[in-house]
Design a protein around this ligand. Structure first.
Ligand code: ARG
Length: 393
């Protein structure tokens, strides 16, 4: 029988896909990637596996990919200061190439002829999955049932699941479409499609309302070594734990929300809200440290790179020669990025309030207006004359 490996989430769409593909004559192997979406342990995972099998899968792979996700995807994007359209820290986008890589690996192991996903034909996800998979193995067929199947609504899918004994949890009506991993949450659809409306408080899952916060700010110190966060308040953490910890603290102070009308790859604009407390804190701290240790030209050039890097991630071009080359550049800049940034979290804001680095290029004796000033102001006159010379007529 033709075998297909499906990226399985345990939700309604992918559960229906298992049955739908089986009816089309495929043997379906499910793959669940744990990127820190809160799958939980033991029982939860058992429940997902059971659901996949009940829908007709012959085998289920569940892999905890969090460490690989953090080390090989999140950290490079952090070093690059990759932010899409100024607001989106790319949590969803960074996860896709990793999932696609494992889909291809498992397809090889299982001697499958195809891989499948549950993305719609309007989103970025399909592009990221498919471009990555094609790059890694162009011979694998790619199936995207949601793009072609007969169901026109969620109700029809629920009906199909009922008829076919697919165990799904449809007790609560889902008001939003949500994608979550350790780097952040993406939330769209429902009332969010009305651009004039402020996102209702219930749309947010991991940040508490900034307006309902205590009157006291929270200070934290983040220590980086060569661009990689290592310690919080002097305590060393493994990367995954460090991020989870910052998600918790940041979430409590309402840090990391954003509301964006973004340009999708498929040519449409869509409104999405994001929650990314740890990512926000780390991006702000990392950039602040770079401001201290990178010289002006390097810092400015790196901003251009950051823009391009964020596009490549968003566009599904993680495994591209340009992204590789940019990583080379970014990594070479990070050798200076060691030091500590003190941040103040308060009512949804995160601001840097203190900086320290052995590689700092800040020289107080040059910038001070106090009496210890060593800056030779007489030199400025000549400098300005030469600097402006090319522009005089
Ligand atoms: N717009 C984001 C991206 O393209 C997230 C997409 C997934 N969002 C969701 N709510 N399922 O990366």
């Amino acid at each position: 029988m033709k075998k297909v490996v499906l990226a399985y989430s345990g939700g309604l769409d992918t559960s229906c896909i298992v049955k739908w593909l089986t009816d089309k004559g495929y043997e379906v192997v499910c793959f669940v990637a744990d990127l820190g979406q809160g799958l939980g342990k033991g029982e939860d995972l058992d429940a997902i596996e059971e659901r996949a099998l009940a829908a007709g899968a012959t085998k289920v792979y569940i892999k905890d990919l969090q460490d690989e996700f953090v080390e090989d995807f999140i950290i490079p994007a952090l070093k690059a200061n990759a932010v899409y359209e100024g607001k989106y820290l790319l949590a969803t986008a960074l996860g896709r190439p990793l999932i696609a890589k494992y889909l291809v690996d498992i397809a090889h192991k299982e001697k499958a002829i195809a891989i499948a996903h549950g993305c719609t034909g309007k989103g970025n996800e399909q592009v990221r999955f498919e471009v990555t998979a094609e790059e890694l193995d162009a011979k694998l067929e790619i199936l995207a049932p949601v793009r072609v199947w007969e169901f026109k609504s969620r109700e029809e899918e629920i009906e199909y699941a009922r008829e076919n004994g697919i165990p799904i949890d449809v007790t609560k009506k889902k008001p939003y479409s949500i994608d979550r991993n350790i780097w952040g949450i993406s939330i769209e659809s429902g009332v969010l499609e009305n651009l004039e409306q402020e996102p209702p408080e219930d749309a947010y899952m991991i940040t508490s309302s900034p307006s309902g916060q205590s009157t006291y700010p929270k200070y934290i110190e983040v220590y980086f070594e060569k661009g990689v966060p290592k310690r919080i308040d002097g305590r060393a953490y493994k990367l995954k734990t460090l991020i989870s910890h910052l998600n918790e603290i940041g979430g409590l102070y309402g840090v990391g929300r954003s509301d964006l009308v973004e340009n999708r790859l498929v040519g449409i604009k869509s409104r999405e809200i994001y929650e990314a407390p740890a990512a926000t804190i780390l991006h702000i701290a990392h950039k602040e440290l770079e401001n201290l240790v990178l010289d002006r030209e390097l810092a400015h050039f790196k901003e251009i790179i950051a823009l391009k890097y964020s596009e490549l991630v968003y566009y599904g071009l993680w495994y591209s020669a340009l992204k590789d080359a940019l990583d080379g550049f970014v990594n070479s800049t990070q050798k200076y990025v060691t030091g500590t940034i003190r941040l103040k979290l308060f009512k949804g804001n995160c601001v840097a309030v203190g900086r320290k680095s052995k590689n700092s290029l800040y020289k107080k004796e040059l910038s001070t207006y106090g009496k210890e000033d060593k800056f030779d102001q007489k030199l400025a006159e000549g400098f300005i004359k030469l600097w402006g010379m090319p522009y005089k007529r």
